[in-house]
Write a protein that binds this ligand. Structure first.
Ligand SMILES: [Zn+2]
Ligand SMILES: [Zn+2]
Length: 383
């Protein structure tokens, strides 16, 4: 069938709507009519190419030396239209959220309750369908990659069943799109990976969609203070509306103007890095406002292959501090997405206030222009 999708054709090329060809779902695949797609910052890493290794490695993984052309989008929600052979967990009419980490339920990681580390995650960077390693999405005879095996910037998607999370039909599909990645990742960064406890002081560096999720998580975990740090004053202002107790522009600002009085110089128990692109100097900045015995959570994407870091290793050891990386906030998508949606349904999780604007599929480029200009916490495409 022919559907419209927003694709990027070359490194740093623009988002452009094209009419593409999608095949019917093969075994273990599902066709979904999209309702909403979130404009997450990670898709900008697809466009800039910063999330990809070099051509030789791409060729080894996907059979060709480039990630382009590719359909963008990994946050999303929709309604199942049809299912391929062997799909038992979903049927037409089911409401679903997409998950950028597939969860097969059977590999060692899934079986031990760590579905965010599912072995199928190895396929998400580039390449054909997980199910049978053939391509399902085409543009003029060229096979299309899809962001995280999803490509939610399309009216209809065909994905592996492991990439979909069934949700109750009374849940809000727009909130589901945001919770499908950014909010869940941030929330888990504070609660699961950061281990925020009642009475803790938490700092969140970078207050976009994921950072907002981290603030929500810290508040739900019972933090006594949540410091929102962002160089963009409008993001700090928004953060204060969703539960942050203090706001400032930099870690230095927090170190001198907030923490001495707030913590009597003890600093933060948990510091979460959720900036758009991780830079090496950020780690020491985060560590410098972390308490003795505190935890630094690295949630942000860095450029592929980045190894250089600033870190006072003497301080790290003598203050008994920990650095922890996280993917999907270290929680299973099949647990986290329905759980946060239920909280949202009951009016106990702020999500709608984070949506700055809705866009059409043709406006994906405008949505990212707004995001880069700092005018947007989260934009969503409404189909
Ligand atoms: Zn995302
Ligand atoms: Zn698995």
């Amino acid at each position: 069938m022919k559907v419209d999708a927003s694709i990027v054709s070359e490194v740093r090329g623009p988002w452009r709507t094209e009419t593409i060809e999608i095949d019917e779902p093969h075994a273990h695949e599902v066709k979904v009519k999209m309702a909403f797609a979130g404009l997450c910052r990670s898709d900008e890493h697809l466009r800039s190419g910063s999330m990809f290794p070099d051509g030789a490695i791409l060729e080894m993984i996907s059979g060709r030396p480039t990630a382009y052309p590719a359909i963008g989008g990994h946050e999303g929600s929709g309604i199942v239209e049809s299912v391929g052979e062997g799909v038992t967990g979903l049927e037409p009419g089911d409401h679903v959220a997409t998950s950028f980490i597939p969860s097969c339920g059977r590999c060692q990681y899934c079986a031990s309750g760590r579905q965010y580390l599912c072995d199928l995650g190895a396929h998400t960077l580039v390449g054909p369908m997980i199910s049978d390693h053939t391509w399902r999405h085409h543009l003029g005879g060229v096979e299309l990659n899809r962001m995280c095996q999803l490509g939610t910037f399309a009216q209809v998607i065909v994905v592996h069943e492991a990439s979909l999370i069934r949700i109750e039909p009374w849940y809000d599909l727009r909130a589901a799109a945001l919770i499908s990645c950014g909010i869940s990742t941030g929330f888990g960064s504070a609660v699961n990976r950061g281990g925020t406890k009642p009475g803790d002081t938490v700092a969140v560096i970078g207050c976009g969609g994921v950072g907002s999720g981290a603030i929500l998580g810290a508040v739900h975990a019972g933090a006594r203070a949540v410091i929102a740090i962002d160089t963009n004053p409008s993001k700090v202002e928004r953060a204060l509306k969703v539960g942050a107790t203090h706001g400032c522009a930099t870690t230095l600002d927090a170190a001198f103007n907030i923490l001495p009085e707030l913590t009597m110089g003890k600093n933060c128990d948990v510091v979460i890095i959720t900036v758009d692109t991780f830079q090496g100097e950020l780690l020491e900045q985060a560590r410098s406002i972390t308490a003795k015995g505190g935890v630094i959570v690295v949630t942000s994407l860095a450029h592929f292959g980045q190894v250089a870091l600033d870190l006072d290793v003497f301080g790290l050891a003598m203050y008994n501090q920990e650095i922890r990386g996280t993917v999907f906030g270290s929680e299973s998508p099949r647990v986290q997405i329905p759980r946060l949606l239920r909280l949202h349904h009951e009016g106990r999780l702020v999500v709608d206030e984070l949506i700055t604007r809705e866009y059409t599929l043709d406006e994906v480029q405008k949505g990212y222009d707004d995001l880069i200009a700092g005018d947007n916490v989260r934009g969503v495409v409404r189909f």
